[in-house]
Design a binder for this molecule. Structure first.
Ligand code: BES
Ligand code: MN
Ligand code: ZN
Length: 510
């Protein structure tokens, strides 16, 4: 087994393409681009680029590539790769994707070192960060159990900006942005590696061990609550889901407490940690059930984001809570019609054991509040209905009040995670009223992502809360030019950006 996160050396440099010391130069390109900022490039390829333009090989179409040899021996680089941005050439989001696509392409070509050149209008620190993120995301490899060892790593990676290498202030800002992007990319890949682990290797206990490992080298504290402590807290919903499995549940609690940080606000991040979801007694059909190993992607995002938040030194308290269990149909499993009692004292009729995510999150949200969270965000692969509504591109965003939901939406925009709001109007709560108990855990087919959110809302009270349903976005069944097949790392960067923004701090500029 190899490390799913391939680690190269990635650095920032200032300099023009003719001076960059890397085997492959990567330049974003677009329709109408004449490389006026690097006029010597075509000459250095002995006119190959002009040829490629004439043939229509060099074009601006998103992720279209054109490779040419650099014949000018005065250039340290041997080849140049032009890669199309599509029409959206200026946005940091597109730079991130183009950089990821370039890394995937370069790995396929067995490149040893590359320099990604930032070009106007994207010579900002934000673009440098996004490029570093994308290049790192492009290193992810999901074949961690392949024994053939065929995993190419681009050993040396540069993010290059034209500019005076002697300008120390500029060089420093560039370096910080690239380091930050590298960290966000690495932590996203850490989350992807966890979500990619099979159910038999990543049990709740192992998941907790991974959280401890990811906290190494940070100032995070990790507290793993075991079955008995979960019982003492009265978490009947988490315990109920865990009953069908031989693996004991865990409540993983990760805390970031910066020195000299104020008492408030305290950000509470809660992630669904179902290490395998069979549906329980309300068993799922076999088609694609294997993908339910990623039903802890929300929990993985929270744990990975906590690592980044700590290493960045975000100056507010942040607490991550991940309820972890399997959902299996063992002999002691909960049954449809069973009534459970939550840690906050509400009774829940379980009408479908496959609606287990909201159960464990109900208890975990209560726990995050009990630990002092003043603002909550949860991330969960919660409903198939969200995939129907928004597809595999966009995560559902829910919550209240609007100001807090908008803050999450803005953070997602910066991070490059697509989210879109859906309502949590009170009337929807009627659908999850039970005849026998306070709540039931399903609300029928109509608006199922919303009724799932309404269930979570019943555990929130007045605390600002946002919920991200990542059922469609946590896993990609197809490879995209900018993203490998498999786990996406969704929400990691959103949570980190949110923590920074909430602290009124960017970390980029100082
Ligand atoms: N983990 C699933 C949701 C899911 C479905 C994630 C598809 C990713 C892809 C969740 O636990 C679930 O089973 N939800 C049910 C709830 C239903 C029984 C009310 C659903 O949405 O079908
Ligand atoms: Mn389920
Ligand atoms: Zn589930």
């Amino acid at each position: 087994m190899h490390d799913a996160t391939l680690r190269s050396d990635l650095r920032a440099v200032s300099g023009t393409p003719s001076t960059l010391d890397a085997e492959l130069l990567v330049l974003p390109t677009w329709d109408g681009d004449d490389l006026a900022d690097v006029p010597e490039l075509d000459v250095a390829t002995a006119g190959a680029l002009a040829d490629a333009r004439a043939r229509g090989e060099w074009r601006g179409k998103a992720y279209a590539t054109c490779l040419a040899a650099l014949t000018d021996a005065a250039w340290p680089a041997r080849r140049v790769l032009l890669i199309g941005t599509g029409p959206d050439r200026g946005s940091t989001g597109q730079i991130r994707r183009v950089a990821a696509a370039a890394m995937i392409e370069a790995r396929g070509r067995r490149v040893a070192s590359l320099a990604f050149c930032l070009r106007a209008p994207s010579q900002t620190v934000e673009a440098a960060q996004a490029a570093a993120e994308g290049l790192t995301l492009g290193e992810f490899d999901g074949g961690s159990y392949k024994t053939d060892g065929d995993h190419h790593v681009v050993d040396r990676v540069l993010v290059a900006r034209a500019g005076d290498a002697g300008d120390a202030e500029q060089a420093d800002a560039l370096e910080r942005a690239v380091a930050r992007g590298r960290l966000l990319g690495t932590c996203s890949n850490d989350a992807r590696a966890m979500a990619n682990e099979p159910g038999n290797t990543l049990t709740p206990t192992v998941f907790a061990d991974r959280a401890r490992r990811l906290a190494e080298g940070t100032s995070l504290t990790v507290d793993v609550l075991e079955q008995q402590q979960i019982e003492e807290l009265g978490m009947g919903l988490l315990l109920g889901v865990a009953r069908g499995s031989a693996e004991p549940p865990r409540l993983i609690v990760v805390e970031h407490e910066p020195d000299g940080g104020a008492d408030a606000p305290v950000l509470g991040l809660v992630g669904k940690g179902i290490t395998f979801d069979s549906g329980g007694i309300s068993l799922k059909p076999p088609e694609s059930m294997e993908l339910m190993k990623d039903d802890m992607a929300g929990g993985a995002a929270v744990i990975a984001a906590m690592r980044a938040i700590s290493l960045l030194g975000v100056p507010i308290r942040v607490i991550g809570v991940v309820p972890a269990t399997e959902n299996l149909p063992g002999g002691r499993a909960i049954k449809p019609g069973d009534v459970l009692r939550s840690a906050d004292g509400q009774t829940v009729e379980v009408t479908n054991t496959d609606a287990e995510g909201r159960l464990i999150l109900g208890d975990a949200l209560w726990y995050a509040k009990r630990c002092g969270a003043t603002h909550l965000v949860d991330v969960a692969t919660l409903t198939g209905g969200c995939v129907v509504a928004l597809g595999k591109i966009t995560s559902g965003l829910f919550g209240a009040p609007d100001r807090w939901v908008d803050a999450v939406r803005r953070a997602a925009g910066v991070a490059g995670d697509r989210v879109w709001p859906l309502p949590v109007f009170d009337e929807y709560a009627d659908q999850i009223r039970s005849d026998i108990a306070d709540l039931k855990n399903t609300g029928g087919r109509a608006a199922s992502p919303i009724t799932a959110a309404m269930f979570l809302k019943a555990f929130i009270g007045d605390t600002p809360w946002a919920h991200l349903d990542v059922a469609g976005t946590a896993w990609s069944e197809e490879a995209r030019p900018y993203q490998a097949k498999g786990p996406s790392g969704v929400a990691v960067r959103t949570l980190v950006e949110l923590a920074c923004a909430h602290a009124g701090w960017t970390g980029i500029g100082g």
